[in-house]
Ligand binder design. Sequence first.
Ligand code: UD1
Ligand code: MG
Length: 452
Amino acid sequence: MQITILAAGQGKRMNSRLPKVLQPIAGQALLAHVLRTARALSPARLCVVYGHGGDAVRAALAAPDIAWAEQAQQLGTGHAVQQAMPLLEDEGSVLVLYGDVPLIRAGTLAALATAAGTNRLALLTVELADPKGYGRIVRDAEGRVSEIVEEKDASPAQRAIREINTGILCAPARLLRAWLARLGNHNAQGEYYLTDVIAMAVADGVDVVTQQPAHEWEVLGVNNKAQLAGLERIHQHNLAQDLLEAGVTLIDPARIDIRGELVCGQDVEIDVGCVFEGRVELADGVKVGAYSVLRNVKVGAETRIAPFCHFDSAEIGAAGVLGPYARLRPGTVLAEDVHVGNFVEIKNAQVAAHTKANHLSYIGDATIGSRVNIGAGVITCNYDGVNKHRTVIGDDAFIGSDCQLVAPVTVGRGATLGAGTTLTQDAPEDALTLGRSRQLSLTGWVRPVRKK
Ligand code: UD1
Ligand code: MG
């Protein structure tokens, strides 16, 4: 099977500089969804007809398996498929998809291709309560499809037909090529209609068969932001159902957003309002608190994430305790049983097991050992305005509250830094290091009195 995806539409009603097929659902371009589904069918050829904003579309979705066909002027769906035909071979069939119909399922398309076989034209149709705007499937007295009539060309009787053309069809390539060459544009819109090939097939004695999708949402298209938002919700609902079926506990399946791939172990629990981006892996027993955003993150078993956390490109070990309001930035690697509390930011740092930073800290460009206690308000001064420097803290060190570690600097194993220390030189192992002015009390001192 060969696949052609029509993606030349400008999408004026999106009111956006971004070409329509690059508008996102679940963080991915509409066209990317269609391409993923198309590839699931292992097509012999995969062709995309592009037009408006074509350079951006090609740049965003460049891949060696895509043959790009330009449709400089949009003269209709039939004209669009004509542009692809030079890139397709006569052998086998052609499946026509749409770059702005993103939720179509591979199973539905496989069934359509099976219905088409080697010598039939297969149409994907649905019955709609309100068929307004769509091409109508016209059938003869025996119930066989005789043609598709566009709304604007339809008689009142034809407009009453509720079975509509989704646009998706599968036809033998050799026949399709011949029919497309005979298309005219004498119709209400002055366009070359792909749908006119149906009457040609009937005239040539080729069987026209129909298939229905399992769900109506599979064939919904996107023309404006409201429809985009509508399909986003349907898609998220579907992803949430998959998670529920796999045993994940979602406190409210209507309040989760997955913009990438979320892989969950057993007994994972996710509270409301969480956003998952890129690839996120949650091992067995992980709990994610409300309103957390996780992007390209791996979380070890039994780790608990309290609400309002923001993690980006980080690896978190097992049995961790994080948040609320913890922030992990790229390059953070936490071993098991690490505690990261409220308003603690960690970037490009490795933290060994059982270490705790529970309050109000910035840890950047650091290597931190096991069982280290980082007191409240501790800051690694990693940046001198030009270069970044590393802080190294040995196992069992105790960093008192409000210390500043001016990197590059090393704190030895078992060292203690007194609260408020500004550390500018290495602190030796097992010793107490204080870097603050000595406390002073003046006994004879009297308070000033108000002048008269
Ligand atoms: C088309 C069908 C109609 C069907 C409906 C389903 C035709 C003539 N009509 O109507 O029977 O019910 O889709 O939504 O096929 N496109 C191009 N180049 C063009 C024209 C269109 O790439 O020159 C692309 C558009 O970007 C869009 C798709 O083809 O993705 C459909 O085009 P659109 O103008 O929306 O078709 P309709 O008139 O709605
Ligand atoms: Mg149109």
